[in-house]
Design a protein around this ligand. Structure first.
Ligand SMILES: O=C(O)[C@H](O)[C@@H](O)[C@H](O)[C@H](O)COP(=O)(O)O
Length: 223
């Protein structure tokens, strides 16, 4: 893994947006389109704001979340809502959103249909991930009911799982889809997450799921 340390969050977000833009451009130049997978949560908003204004062939970009919380799309906890409000506007409004949510009571009711659309845009060209202080990434939470299956090399691309720490039911890309990404970046802020990611490197994936992507990842950190 590569560790990039920035003096502050603003510098981090600017450099990261630049890096992601370059990789998306390269993917489009090489094969005419790009798949860009992004996290939800509270950290990536500023990088989405920057990206939404970037001059890029956004109509050639498919955007898919790493994971979604099974809540209505107007919920403040909806990652899809975050994407629509912060990334898929301005120039980036031309990008194609591959949904990870549908209005069914449980994620299992929609899983097959959502998975088909996700599989059609794999592999991921550019992957941006977040991480929780408990070392989860996407919705691969320590203690999740189907974590072992989600970490397996033959896992389906998309899985529904539940974990106490997650709150609501989740839908998530599986570890193999994350590992297969061409470029992988992890965005973390603050000392607690820095200590967590350093610890994760020496723990098994079942205890520290983020470990599964560390080999090829660039970690972007600011205090
Ligand atoms: O829906 C989610 O919760 C995310 O996709 C998740 O994997 C996130 O990246 C981490 O939980 C970090 O979240 P914060 O940025 O809010 O700390």
């Amino acid at each position: 893994m590569t560790f990039e340390e920035y003096p502050d969050r603003e510098m981090l977000m600017l450099a990261l947006a630049d890096r992601l833009t370059g990789e998306l451009r390269q993917a489009i130049a090489q094969h005419g389109r790009a798949t860009f997978s992004v996290p939800g949560g509270t950290t990536p908003g500023p990088v989405f704001d920057l990206l939404s204004a970037v001059d890029l062939d956004w109509d050639k970009v498919s955007v898919v979340l790493n994971d979604e919380r099974w809540v209505p799309e107007d919920s403040p906890r909806s990652n899809t809502r975050l994407l629509r409000e912060r990334l898929l506007r301005g120039r980036a409004a031309a990008a194609h959103l591959v949904p990870l949510h549908a209005p069914t009571p449980e994620p299992e009711d929609s899983l097959d249909a959502l998975a088909e659309a996700v599989e059609a845009v794999l592999p991921i060209d550019v992957l941006l991930l977040g991480m929780g202080a408990d070392m989860h990434t996407a919705s691969l939470f320590p203690g999740a009911d189907l974590l072992e299956q989600a970490l397996a090399p033959d896992a389906p691309a998309l899985m529904a799982l539940r974990a106490e720490a997650a709150g609501e039911a989740r839908i998530t890309l599986s570890a193999r889809v994350l590992r297969d990404a061409m470029h992988c970046h992890i965005l973390i802020i603050g000392d607690e997450k820095r200590a967590a990611i350093e610890r994760a490197a020496s723990l098994p994936e079942i205890e520290a799921p983020v470990h599964t992507v560390l080999r090829n990842a660039t970690i972007h950190w600011a205090p």
